[in-house]
Design a binder for this molecule. Sequence first.
Ligand code: 4FV
Length: 232
Amino acid sequence: MRIEVLTTFPGIIEAVTAESILGRARQKGIVEVEAVNLRDFAADRHKTTDDEPFGGGPGMVMKCEPVFAAVEALTARRPGARARIVLMTPQGRRLDQKMVEELAAESYVIVVCGRYEGVDERIREHLVTDEISIGDYVLSGGEIPALVVIDAVARLVPGVLGDEASVESESFSSGLLEYPQYTRPADFRGLQVPEVLLSGNHELIRQWRRVAALKRTRERRPDLLEEDEKCN
Ligand code: 4FV
């Protein structure tokens, strides 16, 4: 899988994607991540990527030309490769595990990181294939949302996680929140681990975990159960 990130702060993307699971996946060549500096596609010698909003108002808007020029140059490097052009924006489709699985099935994704008040509308209308929001709050840039998408997607790429089995049992993959987890010591300051988990009886453990996941989902995210019932 190849992910190119269009940003005016490539260092933010490089710093995070060089570490841990993502860093190893990049070293193993399982996932390619390239941070592309939008300024390199600005035509003027001041490398301007923003300008005042037509109609007035506060702040600046991300200009069309550098973004179109960058995406066209990047896709031209991979003739025949179909790219998903993803804009990170609070106005986008809310990111969820289903969407992460959809993106993880792609081979080539370009993520556009907005800055300032947002991007020129013609970028949304004529260039972008997907608009994604990570949540109903306003950040100073699209870089952190882009990293959320990259992390969530990359870990579904075969070979990135040590054992894929862990993905199946995770929250949302099963449509439920995850069951409570425990590890050594079995007794911490008198706080015990549920006996069944120390029993070695895998069928009993599986049942306990299912019941615990349902209970937690009913208490914290009943909306997921409706989803689940709707799907089943
Ligand atoms: C955001 C979000 C987000 C808005 C203006 C960047 C900022 C600036 N992106 N989910 N929430 N983006 O707040 O995706 O351009």
